[in-house]
Design a protein around this ligand. Structure first.
Ligand SMILES: [Cu+2]
Length: 92
């Protein structure tokens, strides 16, 4: 029972942290559909302690890459998943 309560509490906390992670502005530089990767010129990512730069990200869902084109402005949330910077939320 204690384990269950701890698990529920952890899940709730994770949800709160995720909800508080603000969207960051970015511009699409390159789309790699087959590789499931996206190059973004992004503003500061506070949750990753990262300054503005242009870099590669993996994406949680490759279908997000459909219809994306270089020069397009997006808003996104990135996290480190299994050691790789990954876009976990994308708004076009
Ligand atoms: Cu970066």
């Amino acid at each position: 029972m204690k384990t269950l309560i701890a698990a529920v509490a952890a899940a709730l906390l994770a949800g709160v942290v995720l909800a508080q992670t603000a969207l960051t502005a970015g511009e699409v530089v390159k789309v790699d559909k087959s590789g499931g990767k996206l190059t973004l010129k992004h503003e500061e990512l506070k949750n990753l302690d990262m300054p503005a730069m242009t870099m590669n990200f993996r994406v949680t869902d490759r279908t997000w890459l459909d219809g994306l084109a270089p020069g397009q402005k997006v808003r996104f949330v990135a996290e480190k998943v299994n050691g790789q910077y990954t876009v976990v939320r994308l708004e076009k």
